[in-house]
Design a protein around this ligand. Structure first.
Ligand SMILES: Cc1ncc(COP(=O)(O)O)c(C=O)c1O
Length: 371
């Protein structure tokens, strides 16, 4: 008989850019018996999951469901369904994930133009308008909450209205915003938005919520060319979730139990109360960081509560501190991105990770390590 080494992962305090900690109720939901992907009990759960997702996205969109895969899958799903080969696409990039949007938009056949802001900045409405005027774009996309920098792109409604005025559909990355900060898909006239289960929703990675509004749905239904991905074909998804419930792929029932439970937790707490808790805990973190001379890098006006970039004090090796936090305190935080790699740490307070005791623990650990 072969013996296998025991795998016993540590119960980390997850304070990075995601995944955040899985809520205990979600953990219990995960371990319920597996049913088939066409089982009537799972299909009934889908109806509830859709309603909960609509509440979180603040939308009435019929096409609102969770894809199998991570945030990158829902990003790719939005682009491969909404962009036809040769379509002019404009992407506004204020961090790493905007660049990923542009990369995928090109891979699916779009003719991509980029506008960029330096890391840590956001766009003004005027900058976006002057770019939208340049050509007749079919799609404009931007990231709402840039996890690589901790900046929130403001004025989303004005930006969506401009995109429409110039004839483009408006796609919004809400991977780090859904469940963490206010997001109003219908009120802001967002045509399509996508997210992931592992940041604001208290669930593990593996599912990727998406919502498609009427204009975007009509674009997909009237495509001249077939969607170049079988896995991510949203018409097939809609048919599996809502129509004939036709087999498309073997979705993971257990992950859907988990995500639905995570969504219930948020709706039970209330959206506004959830956002207020997140903001309160992050404000406590910001104050503590300022007291230790490592102030947040992003100005308060557009600083994201779920993701703080904290300046590394002079003379401190950020990577050694991160390693010691993990090894000695069981706390995960992340390094900065790109040009900010050695200048900041990225500290996430998202979903179930955003608890007062976690803030106290992290600040205490940093105080000990840096004294
Ligand atoms: C803003 C943003 N978009 C997209 C992604 C990609 O999601 P995933 O890593 O789940 O594929 C991430 C992941 O961190 C993200 O923060």
């Amino acid at each position: 008989m072969t013996s296998h080494p025991k795998f016993d992962p540590s119960a980390r305090v997850m304070l990075g850019p995601g995944p955040s900690m899985t809520h205990p109720r979600v953990m219990r939901a995960l371990s319920a018996p597996t049913v088939g992907h066409l089982d009537p009990e799972l299909l009934a759960l889908y109806a509830e999951e859709q309603d909960l997702l609509r509440t979180l996205f603040q939308t009435q969109n019929e096409w609102t469901f969770a894809l199998s895969g991570t945030g990158t899958s829902s990003m790719e799903a939005a682009l491969v369904n909404l962009v036809e080969p040769g379509d002019e696409v404009l992407i506004a990039i204020h961090g790493y994930f905007g660049e990923r949007l542009a990369d995928i938009a090109g891979r699916v056949g779009g003719k991509v133009d980029r506008i960029t802001r330096p890391l840590g900045e956001i766009f003004t409405v005027e900058e976006i308008e002057s770019a939208l005027k340049q050509k007749k774009y079919k799609l404009f996309a931007i990231v709402h909450a840039e996890t690589s920098t901790g900046a929130e792109q403001l004025h989303i409604k004005e930006i969506a209205d401009l995109a429409h005025q110039y004839g483009a559909l408006f796609l919004l990355d809400t991977v780090t915003s859904l469940g963490n900060i206010p997001l109003k898909v219908d009120e802001w006239n967002v045509d399509a938005a996508y997210s992931a289960s592992q940041k604001g929703l208290g669930a593990p990675a593996g599912l990727a919520p998406i919502t498609i509004g009427p204009l975007a749905q009509s674009k997909i239904e009237n495509r001249k060319s077939p969607v170049a991905s079988f896995c991510l074909d949203l018409k097939a998804y809609a048919n599996y979730w809502m129509g004939a419930h036709a087999y498309h792929h073997t979705a993971s029932a257990n992950l859907h139990y988990a995500l639905t439970e995570g969504l219930r937790v948020i709706v039970e707490e209330g959206l506004e109360d959830t956002f207020a808790r997140l903001r309160g805990n992050s404000e406590m973190l910001w104050l503590g960081l300022e007291e230790m001379d490592m102030p947040p890098f992003i100005p308060l006006e557009y600083r994201l509560p779920p993701l703080t970039t904290a300046r590394v004090p002079a003379g401190v090796d950020p990577h050694q501190v991160r390693a010691r936090l993990l090894n000695e305190y069981n706390i995960e935080i992340a390094a900065g991105f790109g040009a900010l790699k050695d200048k900041v740490w990225r500290i996430g307070l998202m979903g179930y990770s955003s608890r007062r005791e976690n803030v106290t623990l992290l600040l205490g650990a940093l105080r000990e390590l840096l004294k």
